[in-house]
Design a protein around this ligand. Structure first.
Ligand code: GLN
Length: 379
């Protein structure tokens, strides 16, 4: 058959997780927690299934959940939106991203992306005929050259996709970054797709700044959010998308024929669980402790650590260990040392190899200990 995406292969996350399984290695590659979900939350799902909440949810999502997400945003970010017309519950952050791109990107539209970038943006843009213009973040601090971003903007620029906090670098945008983005997009029709799925995981007293807090951005921004990251339930594939009414109306046209609606009992359970702010206010602290624990461990190995300001990822350079290309290095590390990670080249469209790999530290203490012990044996 013909292929609309001839260059796309099975994602690096699937590839490395499969290799980890085959080699019986500790899997710090694909990003997902290996610890249990809060029992109250899983009991709530049981409860709603038994109560008979098993048929289609409303296309736009269960009302209680939309309202509770709004309440959370009011509490944590002092942000307001209309829970009826400006939010849709999606099949994970990925569906929010896919449906948004599908809704707006047409042939020859240009989309600005920042690399290293999460892997789903570029293929989706291409699927709808769009062209990607990439901005590589400065290495190794991953700051953004906004003058360069500005130089890429032209009349064909339809969208800017930005991931904050960033997967894989853990970089969190500053108020200066946000001011630069406001400046660049003012008096244009550029849409911003703000992938904020790691918004609840930010460290060192930094604060996540959602674009919804800035009126100049809010009017043109689609925010993608995820419960997988917030409540350690990546397998529930439940997320959401927030955008101004007119933008959301268009996205819903695509969402309804893409997935129609999202699974019902988890939506009711999440709505109930969100009512208690204690269930979500401590997530950053919880992961900061894990980051520090893993970081201290990694410092006893030959890797050179990069900074992680947010997300559940920590990256490191292996330059002093090996000069293999990064995918080969990760493959060898999985087979010989039994620790699976993600090579950074997977996050660059030109395959740039910085000799950096990404570790996921959303793991039990035992898992992190076992990984460190293996990594200490490298010389
Ligand atoms: N978001 C996860 C990561 O970055 C991957 C999810 C997936 O496998 N598609 O590791």
């Amino acid at each position: 058959p013909t292929s609309k995406l001839p260059d796309v292969k099975t994602t690096i996350f699937t590839q490395m997780s499969l290799l980890a399984q085959k080699e019986n290695a500790i899997n710090l590659s694909q990003g997902f927690p290996d610890f249990e979900v809060n029992k109250d939350l899983s009991n709530l799902v049981d409860h709603f299934i038994r109560k008979g909440f098993n048929q289609y949810a409303p296309m736009i999502g269960v009302e209680n959940l939309r309202v509770e997400i709004l309440n959370k945003y009011k509490k944590t970010a002092n942000v307001d939106f209309d829970p009826n017309s400006e939010i849709t519950i999606t099949a994970g952050g990925t569906e929010a991203i896919f449906s948004t791109i599908a809704t707006f990107i047409e042939k020859d539209d240009e989309v600005i992306l920042f690399e290293p970038a999460y892997d789903c943006y570029e293929p989706t843009v291409k699927l709808f005929g769009g062209k990607v213009r990439t901005v590589q973040l400065n290495f190794p601090d991953f700051t953004i050259d906004w003058d360069f971003v500005k130089s890429l903007v032209n009349l064909k620029t339809k969208m800017i996709i930005i991931n904050n906090p960033n997967n894989p670098t853990g970089k969190v945008l500053t108020i200066q970054d946000i001011s630069a983005l406001i400046e660049i997009t003012k008096n244009t029709n550029i849409l911003i797709l703000s992938d904020e799925v790691y918004e609840s995981i930010v460290f060192d007293s930094k604060k996540h700044l959602t674009f919804l807090q800035f009126p100049e951005l809010k009017e043109r921004t689609i925010v993608a959010g995820s419960f997988g990251k917030l409540f350690h339930v990546t397998g529930w594939k439940t997320g959401f998308c927030i955008a101004p009414k007119e933008i959301m109306a268009e996205i819903r046209k695509v969402h309804q024929f893409n997935v129609f609606s999202v699974n019902t009992p988890t939506q009711y359970a999440l709505a109930e669980f969100l009512k208690d702010e204690n269930n979500y206010l401590q997530v950053s602290k919880f992961y900061e402790e894990k980051r520090d624990y893993f970081k201290n461990g990694l410092e006893t190995t030959p890797f050179s650590l990069l900074n992680s300001e947010g997300t559940y990822f920590l990256s490191a350079s292996y330059e002093s260990i090996s000069n293999l290309p990064d995918l080969e290095f990760c493959t060898e590390l999985t087979i010989k040392n039994n620790v699976a990670t993600i090579p950074y080249s997977a996050f660059y469209s030109d395959g740039k190899d910085e000799k950096v790999i990404r570790f996921c530290f959303a793991k039990k203490k035992e898992t992190l200990d076992a990984a460190i012990e293996k990594l200490q044996k490298i010389n």
